[in-house]
Design a protein around this ligand. Structure first.
Ligand SMILES: *Cc1c(COP(=O)(O)O)cnc(C)c1O
Length: 404
């Protein structure tokens, strides 16, 4: 498997595969002939990002959040790469994701953040993953799975400190603490909470949640504690506790511009130019004719649409804002509506010869970063990543250990 992926990366590379600081640009002529686009995932960058975040975490263990198929990048490749980088604890959202992660990283510890879906206890236990128990009813249901007089399999406990999404509220924690018989039937290994405003380092809610976490986790002396995701990790050491659990930053995401994470981009997306055509002044472009050319223009039609994760919000009507594409570092505006399979860009101002049928246009990459795309699409980079379509070719650049 790794040999084939390495070969693909080498043959499709025009630059050094995964060389630090040198953005990788795939060679269109080396992609499968029918590929409409390519998602390039740099496993070496993900490995480097993991090591950088781990070193920042200091004495805290650095886990990895690989929910939603490793944020859309492909758990099948990303989880083994993180495991090779030394990651031993993974967080996912669902039991199925958990079972898959454990198959990909045998022997690792895998936590399921959705907790114990009602009735799913036996399946979760059989899979060998750990639910992050998120309510008193879940605690009771999990405890009941153990043998009479014995303990149920290992689990984590999620306590709410103000996000009011998942987790035991203070009153239920007190109730749990008041039931030593119930606690004795649990094998808790970790207590977590989640920050609501960690992307704003100065938001007072961070400190309030931290104080609440300290106070409420005190019900479980000696139990390892975890509060920080990617941006909590960047707020500071006070938030690291015993284990940090970044996701987005591993993939190069920068959720907090005022305190950037020491990570590099790990993903780029490029799509095929299908056609380049000159259109006259006043010509409508795309569905509903929302955009009209003001002069004679050259329009490139690119094989990427909302089915591939190009947000329809990136459409541009005449006089409005929209997305951009780039070719060889030169930007061109998306014009007209993004449709299911196609997008049109005005490439008139790009140098002659740069825009050729069969070539590639960058949708996310060295010129147009993930955060910019999220901003222009009226969303966040997280959503952009997790919505990357499934029909693009996927190219995995190997990590340092030659895996991939
Ligand atoms: C998704 C998630 C994370 C990871 O968040 P990032 O911002 O991607 O680092 C950590 N903890 C919980 C509870 C989550 O839901």
């Amino acid at each position: 498997m790794s040999g084939r992926a390495t070969g693909a990366a080498e043959t499709a590379a025009t630059g050094e595969a995964g060389a630090a600081g040198r953005p990788f640009v795939p060679d269109a002529t080396r992609l499968p002939a029918g590929a409409t686009g390519v998602v390039v995932v740099d496993l070496g960058a993900i490995r480097g990002n993991y090591l950088a975040l781990r070193s920042l975490a200091g004495r805290a263990e650095c886990a990895a959040v690989v929910k939603a198929d490793a944020y859309g990048l492909g758990a099948a490749k990303v989880v083994p790469a993180l495991n090779r980088a030394g990651c031993r604890t993974f967080f996912v959202a669902t039991p199925d994701e958990g079972a898959a992660a454990l198959r990909l990283a045998p022997g690792a510890t895998v936590y399921v953040l959705d907790g114990l879906i009602k009735g799913a206890g036996p399946a979760i236990a059989a899979a060998g993953v750990r639910p992050v128990l998120t309510g008193l009813d879940e605690v009771r249901e999990w405890a009941a799975l153990g043998p009479p007089e014995g303990r149920s399999p290992p689990a984590a406990l999620h306590i709410d400190t103000g996000l009011h999404r998942l987790g035991l509220p203070a009153a239920d924690l007190d109730r749990l603490a008041g039931e030593p018989g119930l606690l004795a039937r649990l094998d808790l290994r970790l207590v977590i909470s989640h920050l609501a405003a960690a992307d704003e380092p100065l938001n007072p809610m961070n400190g309030m949640q931290r104080q609440a976490f300290l106070a409420r986790a005190a019900h479980f002396p000696g139990l390892p504690r975890s509060l920080a995701a990617s941006d909590g990790l960047m707020i500071g050491e006070d938030f690291h506790f015993d284990l940090v659990r970044p996701g987005y930053a591993l993939y190069g995401g920068q959720a907090m511009p005022e305190r950037p994470a020491p990570v590099v981009p790990a993903v780029s997306v490029h799509a095929r130019i299908l056609q380049v055509a000159d259109v006259p002044a006043g010509a409508p472009i795309g569905y509903s004719a929302t955009y009209r050319t003001r002069s004679r223009r050259r329009i490139a039609t690119i094989a990427a649409g909302y089915a591939d994760g190009v947000f329809r919000h990136l459409s541009r009507a005449s006089g409005s804002q929209g997305g951009e594409i780039a070719i060889a570092g030169r930007r061109a505006p998306i014009v007209g509506r993004v449709s299911m399979d196609l997008v049109t860009a005005d490439v008139t101002d790009l140098p002659e010869g740069l825009v050729a049928r069969g070539g590639l246009a960058e949708l996310i990459g060295a010129t147009i970063g993930l955060e910019e795309v999220g901003g222009r699409a009226g969303t966040i980079g997280y959503e952009v990543l997790t919505r990357l379509g499934r029909r693009f070719h996927r190219l995995y650049l190997p990590d340092a250990n030659g895996g991939g």
